[in-house]
Design a binder for this molecule. Structure first.
Ligand code: FMN
Length: 364
C-alpha cells in the first residue's frame, strides 16, 4: 500500500513529469489574433505574463508551417523572428514563476489564401472543404472556405518534418514543452475524422490508417524534443470545423490514446465542448482514454472551480484547463481560490487586434 498521499486540490502543486507546476490549473489554448505579421509581439508578452499564475499556460494555436497560418494574425513558430518573439514571452512567464507550452496548430483546410503568404497552399487530408459558412480575412472580409489540396505523401512527410522542426525551435525559444493540436477540426483531426478524410491510401480508410499521420507527427516530435515535453489535445465528439462523431469512435480514441501513451507523451488533453453546443463526450469514451493513457490527463470545457475539484477528486483527470474565464480574469487562480465573482468577458473582442479586450482586463 502506498503511504504517499497525493493532494488532488486544484491549488496543490503537481509534477508534470520533470516539470513542476504550482497548481493544477491550466490556461487553455486560445487563438486571440493579436500577432500582426504572424510574429509574437510586446502585447502578447504582457498578456501571457499577466496570466503566469496558472500552473501551466498553453499558448494560442501557433503554426509550424507557412501552410498552416490560415487565420488572420495568428502566430507562427518556424523562423527566427517567431523564435525571438516567443523567447520574450517564455522569459516573461518564467520570470513570474509560470510554465508555458506552445500549441502547434496547423490550420489545414480551415484556412484562406487571403490570410496566407504567396506560395503557400491550403492543405488537408482530402479535397473536401470545411462545410462552415466561411472564414474571416483582414484583406477581403468573410470568404467561403476554399477547396483544400489533398496532401501527397511528400506533403505529409514535409508536414511531419515541419512539426518536428517547429517543436525544436519552440523548446530552444524557452518553452517548457509543446502541445499538438489534434482537436477542433484542424489538420491533424482532418486526418483522424472520416468527415474530412476520404483517402484510399495508407493515411485513410481504416482506424489505423487515419491515425497514421498524427502518430508520425507525434513520433517525430518525441524524437526532436523528448516525450516528457510533448502533449496532445484531442476532441472526440467535437463538431467544430465540420467534424462529426463516427461509427466506432469509442474504440478509435481508446486505441489512439494507447498508442500515444506508448510513444511516451507527457499528457493527453481532452476537449468536451458540450458547454459550447457540441455533443457531450460520453463518460465511457473519457474513461477509455483515461484507462489507455497512463500519464497526465488534462480535462477541459465549461469548468468552474467546484466541478473541476469534483472531477479531480473522482480521478477523472490530473489537471483542469480553463479557457474563457482566463480571458477576462488574468488573476483567475486567486479568484477560484477565494470564490470571488468572475469578471465576464466581451466576445466581440476575442479575435480583434489591439489591447482592448486583451491586456486591459484588470486584476480585481
Ligand atoms: C477565443 C477562443 C479561442 C480558442 N482558440 C483555441 C485554440 O487556438 N486552440 C484550441 O485547442 N482551442 C481553442 N479554443 C477552445 C478552448 O481552448 C476551450 O476548449 C474552450 O473555450 C472551452 O473551455 P472553457 O469553457 O473553459 O472556455 C478557443 C476558445 C476560445 C473562446
Amino acid at each position: 500500500m502506498s503511504t504517499v498521499a497525493t493532494d488532488v486540490s486544484l491549488f496543490a502543486p503537481y509534477d508534470l513529469g520533470p516539470i513542476p507546476l504550482a497548481n493544477r490549473i491550466v490556461m487553455a489554448p486560445m487563438t486571440r489574433n493579436r500577432a500582426t505579421g504572424n510574429v509574437p509581439n510586446d502585447l502578447m508578452v504582457e498578456y501571457y505574463a499577466q496570466r503566469a499564475s496558472a500552473g501551466l499556460i498553453i499558448t494560442e494555436g501557433t503554426s509550424p508551417s507557412p501552410n498552416g497560418l490560415g487565420y488572420a494574425r495568428i502566430p507562427g513558430a518556424f523562423n527566427q523572428d517567431h523564435a525571438a518573439g516567443w523567447q520574450r514571452v517564455t522569459e516573461a512567464v518564467h520570470a513570474k514563476g509560470g510554465r508555458i507550452f506552445i500549441q502547434l496548430m496547423h490550420t489545414g483546410r480551415a484556412s484562406h489564401p487571403a490570410n496566407m503568404a504567396a506560395g503557400t497552399q491550403v492543405l488537408s487530408a482530402s479535397a473536401v472543404p470545411d462545410p462552415g459558412p466561411g472564414i474571416y480575412t483582414d484583406a477581403e472580409g468573410m470568404q467561403p472556405f476554399p477547396v483544400p489540396t489533398a496532401m501527397t505523401v511528400t506533403d505529409i512527410q514535409t508536414a511531419v518534418q515541419e512539426f518536428a522542426d517547429s517543436a525544436k525551435l519552440a523548446v530552444d525559444a524557452g518553452f517548457d514543452g509543446v502541445e499538438l493540436h489534434g482537436a477542433n477540426g484542424y489538420l491533424l483531426e482532418e486526418f483522424l475524422n472520416p468527415a474530412a478524410n476520404q483517402r484510399t491510401d495508407a493515411y485513410g480508410g481504416s482506424d489505423e490508417n487515419r491515425q497514421r499521420f498524427v502518430l508520425e507527427v507525434a513520433a517525430a516530435v518525441v524524437a526532436a524534443i523528448g516525450g516528457d515535453r510533448l502533449g496532445i489535445r484531442l476532441s472526440p465528439y467535437g463538431v467544430f470545423g465540420g467534424m462529426a462523431p463516427f461509427a466506432g469512435i469509442e474504440a478509435f480514441y481508446g486505441t489512439l490514446a494507447g498508442k500515444l501513451n506508448d510513444l511516451g507523451l507527457a499528457y493527453l488533453h481532452m476537449v468536451d465542448h458540450s458547454a459550447m453546443g457540441a455533443p457531450a463526450v460520453p463518460q465511457s469514451v473519457k474513461d477509455g482514454i483515461r484507462a489507455a493513457f497512463k500519464k497526465t490527463v488534462i480535462l477541459s470545457g465549461g469548468y468552474d472551480a467546484a466541478r473541476a475539484q469534483a472531477d479531480l477528486t473522482a480521478g477523472k483527470g490530473d489537471l483542469v484547463a480553463f479557457g474563457r474565464p482566463f480571458i477576462s480574469n488574468p488573476d483567475l487562480v486567486v479568484k477560484l481560490k477565494s470564490g470571488a465573482a468572475l469578471r465576464a468577458g466581451n466576445m466581440d473582442t476575442f479575435y480583434t487586434p489591439g489591447e482592448v479586450g486583451y491586456t486591459d482586463y484588470p486584476v480585481d
